[in-house]
Design a binder for this molecule. Structure first.
Ligand SMILES: C[S@@+](CC[C@H](N)C(=O)[O-])C[C@H]1O[C@@H](n2cnc3c(N)ncnc32)[C@H](O)[C@@H]1O
Length: 354
């Protein structure tokens, strides 16, 4: 597609006349008309104004006008070989798939635009309904919880759903989620609601979010400033309610809360769990694996795993000999409550709401 055709399409879809749009970007009507008929190439400045006025992606318009988006130039200059190899790989993939577009078939085997259908023994391409997008949610993210969490919701939880965040804390996950998007039920132990015994009826919720303290503390001054499990449960003292200690106490809370989530979620409901692995008493404990295995016993199917990488360096204390890698990542796990006979069919609402 050429830039003129795209601009025409965008303008029509927004029901904006040539004249008002021309006025808005400060050119005359006939000039805009010549841009739309591909007789003139707009300057970068005009492209920028058009993108702003039409509420569309400036980079897309720049590329259609055979220009490298200005914001990309520095990044490309910094890593030209890497950029070239990404584009080359993408073109190779598209050639292998026999289509003229880059990146139509994703590495996870989900065919984004064209599905294959078999008619009279012959395979032909089928056009799915809806608008395709390359604005995808990725499985690894460098940044913070509040940046990643809305993307996870957008992929798995339909707007309007009833979502219980059962370890709400300071509500950090929700900082960038528009309040009108979900019916949020926020509870926390600090307000008297224990995630192991929730005040909700069986099968009444669409989604449960769980983010309990995920590391044990060895007591003393260690881990002060971290999410302090010891402070809540006194794990390092025997009397913590669960009878468990250290990492086993961390797991025990997740496990019992998982059973409770299974009770309150409706069939096909979504359970989003935040966790991190830890080394405890010099043993590597891959909490995310332990949770995935345990929750399978509660009827949860793992649908996704998101890795969140800290932007900043974690605080480290000096040590004589490092035994294991210092963790600077955590996870969001997404489970679906299922009887085992159903598959996740994706978020049908996605193209219209993201
Ligand atoms: C890691 S913080 C949660 C942060 C939260 N996601 C946020 O965005 O602010 C852990 C939270 O779990 C809560 N908590 C600990 N044990 C709990 C329990 N048994 N039931 C409910 N909440 C609990 C703590 O009060 C704390 O607010």
């Amino acid at each position: 597609m050429r830039i003129g055709n795209r601009l025409h399409q965008l303008r029509q879809s927004k029901s904006i006349g040539l004249k008002p749009l021309a006025k808005k970007i400060g050119v005359d009507r006939s000039y805009l008309s010549r841009i739309e008929s591909n007789h003139v190439q707009p300057s970068e400045q005009i492209i920028r104004k058009l993108a702003r006025s039409l509420g569309c992606d400036e980079a897309e318009l720049m590329l259609l006008a055979n220009r490298v988006p200005p914001t990309w130039r520095t990044a490309i200059k910094k890593a030209p070989q890497h950029t070239a190899s990404i584009i080359r790989d993408s073109l190779t993939t598209s050639a292998k798939n026999g289509n003229g577009h880059a990146d139509l078939l994703h590495s996870n085997g989900e065919n984004a635009v064209g599905l294959e259908e078999s008619v009279n023994g012959k395979t032909r391409r089928k056009s799915p309904a809806g608008i395709s997008t390359n604005d995808l949610v990725f499985s690894a993210h460098i940044g913070t919880n509040d940046e990643l969490f809305p993307a996870i919701l957008s992929l798995y939880v339909k707007p309007g759903s009833t979502v219980a965040d059962v370890t709400y804390g300071k509500g950090v996950f929700w900082k960038q989620v528009p309040p009108e998007k979900y019916k949020l039920l926020a509870t926390d132990l600090s307000e008297g609601a224990d995630c192991r015994s929730l005040p909700y009826k069986d099968s009444s919720l669409d989604c449960v979010v769980l983010d309990p303290p995920y590391m044990h503390t060895p007591g003393g001054t260690a881990h002060v400033g971290h999410q302090n499990f010891e402070g809540y449960y006194g794990n390092n003292r025997a009397a913590n309610g669960s009878g468990k200690k250290y990492h086993e106490a961390v797991l025990d809370l997740y496990f019992v809360a998982g059973e409770e989530a299974s009770r309150v979620l409706r069939g096909e409901g979504i359970f989003i769990v935040k966790c991190a692995d830890e080394v405890c008493a010099n043993r590597q404990r891959l909490t995310h694996v332990e949770l995935i295995n345990q929750y399978a016993q509660n009827g949860f199917i793992i649908e996704d795993l998101f890795v969140l990488l800290r932007r900043n360096r974690p605080g480290v204390s000096r040590m004589m000999r490092q035994m294991h890698a210092r963790k600077n990542h955590s996870y969001f796990l997404v489970f679906r409550k299922s009887n085992g006979k159903t598959r996740w069919t994706g978020s049908k609402w996605l193209s219209s709401s993201r």
